[in-house]
Ligand binder design. Sequence first.
Ligand code: HPA
Length: 296
Amino acid sequence: MTEKNHYFEQVEECVGFLRELLPFIPSIVIQLGTGLGDLAGQVQAALTISYGEIPNFPTSTVSSHQGNLIVGHLHGTPVIILQGRFHCYEGYSSKEVAFPIRVLSLLGVRTLILTNAAGGLNPAIAPGSIMIFRDHLNLLGDNPLRGPNVESWGPRFPDFSVPYDPDLTGLALMSAQLCKLDNVITGVYACIPGPSLETPAETRWLRGCGADAVGMSSIPEIIVARHAGMDVLALSVISNVNDPDRMQPIILEEIIAAAAAVQPQLERLIIEVIRRIHAGEKSIHHPTNHLQDGTR
Ligand code: HPA
């Protein structure tokens, strides 16, 4: 069996399973990252299923990640929540990491919102900021679209000249203002494979490459979502800011605690954004106050 057929069949099997099971198919999926899973508690769930019960879904090996797919309403808006994600450092290929998003795209989900914790590289960014991805650097050394392309899923060479939908970014910036959040910025996210954290030289190099923040997740899912024609809003909580000349140890417990501290603000932002997407407002709000990267 070719690689294409095997992955294709795994995806198709999972799509068929979820199509039968899901009570309805929301158009928005929200994937929650490290220390940011609490939003799931606010969902009026119609269905909760653990990743382990879904055919061919990878299962998370990281204890800070729960593994549940939840379908329900978040303050009145239909959503799918992916509570927990997979990472290349766990040993998964980026194709495997992005498996859930490929499946959901084929079920008809149109918008991906994802959250993660990241380390700041731009010294103008304060810890506790929320960074909306404006662009990214994929430094994984892998791409989820590697291998034979399934034409019905998307083009062989997808365009990435506008990786993040400006309307959605504008909507998020406006929602931040409405929520009176003064810690929301835009910036460039660099995705490294991990799991070792950056050395001072790597930190300096990443900053020199134009990255505002660095983390180990989300880019496989984003590439697949874009390949499938979905819009993406990616939000990093900047848990720590790394200065290559005064490098401090980066400790997971501290990252989780810092993410948790910003979680209520992130939740308010997401709830406002999805309410407006649901109300059909996405296309009419343009980013009038485009913030400079790393500044308010
Ligand atoms: N580096 C990489 N990943 C991270 C960091 C960091 O400093 N902080 C949170 N996730």
